[in-house]
Design a protein around this ligand. Sequence first.
Ligand code: GLC
Length: 429
Amino acid sequence: MEMKFARRFMRTAAVAVLASTAFGATVRAETITVVSGAVGNAVENFKAYVKPWEEKTGNTVTLVPMPASTTDQFGQYRLWLAAGNSDIDIYQTDVIWAPQLANHFVDLTEAAKDLIPQEFPSIVQSQTVGGKLVALPLFTDAPALYYRKDLLEKYNVAVPKTWTELAAAAKTIQDGERAAGNADFWGFVWQGNAYEGLTCDALEWVKSYGGGQIVEPDGTISINNPKAVAALEEAKSWVGTISPPGVLAYQEEEARGVWQAGNAAFMRNWPYAYTLGNGADSAIAGKFDVTTLPIGAEGDSSAATLGGWNLAVSKYSKHQDAAISLALWLAGPEVQKMRALNESNLPTLKALYDDPDIAAKQPIIPQWKNVFLNAVPRPSAPTLSHYNEVSAKFWSAVHDTLSGNGSAADNLANLEADLMDIKGDNNWQ
Ligand code: GLC
């Protein structure tokens, strides 16, 4: 009995010293669990990103992939966090969630003190709530208008500057490709499903028509205005004409599927689709380029919704030190560079925009620096803990309009009334 116990103890001790780390300390090997949404080739790349850290520390990392939809992820995360789940150490979080989830995460200000000066200040700001750094920026995001260079040339069509020009160009190319025998060809694919992605697309239409940003930074509800109505009516006119009726159920990956099979002239999507579109299994590798999203009319400005992902360490984790060490590694310059090269994700560290390897392999990255720096934030800061509800009301009003369920004018008037109720008398407090 004694001997058995001793042998078992020796085995445990051997495992414990195994993890003698590059950071100097000898710690017990731990398993860190990360939850993250996964689009494109994110899961397979993740293994390569964590490997050097696993080797250095002796710890192992488990990835729990979440549904691709950020809305579904948010629902699941909220349940886990509300229950104080200690099985998950690190959450990959959307840029819009910091104010709503801040209380469940560890303050990373001190741990990230060397990284913070290397970051774009606006990105750090977006993850700071009441002076607390809620999550470490992993990559930022701002969408592009993807277009088929070869087809624009074939039909002698210029790169569109306005949404009206986009619709006309899409129709010309669609008519031509269908006449040439491709019955599955569409002019323009985007994200029309009723979820957070539609909030992003529709904010771009509204803002680029000069119709504001739903709720302004000071908390004013601005969405019920004639320019927003015009923007939504224009988008509605695409459904079933230049965009498939099924676009009302599309998220990012469905749009990319049609585009990458060679069945669309234009696509609205985030930079991750750039490297995949140029991949060996893509029908359109080398045949496309990107530009900024169109404007309503002369004098308006293009609008790209600000996206991006971060890493937050759970307050309920039993491995906080190791989790913080992993988060710092994943958010640091080596992995951000790998992520830029492998996934065309936009880095949050300033220096990587001057990196020659990144510029050579992923020209969209240096090209997109000014796009994300000028991107429109969703109203997650002014609406505080109500953002998810505000966004859900907005995407529902938009989805109804696109589906022919009420006019844009009526739906936006009702939306305004709903938002007034949520805002209450206390400016969203
Ligand atoms: C992208 C963006 C994220 C956004 C999501 C919507 O992943 O980075 O911020 O919420 O798309 O689908």
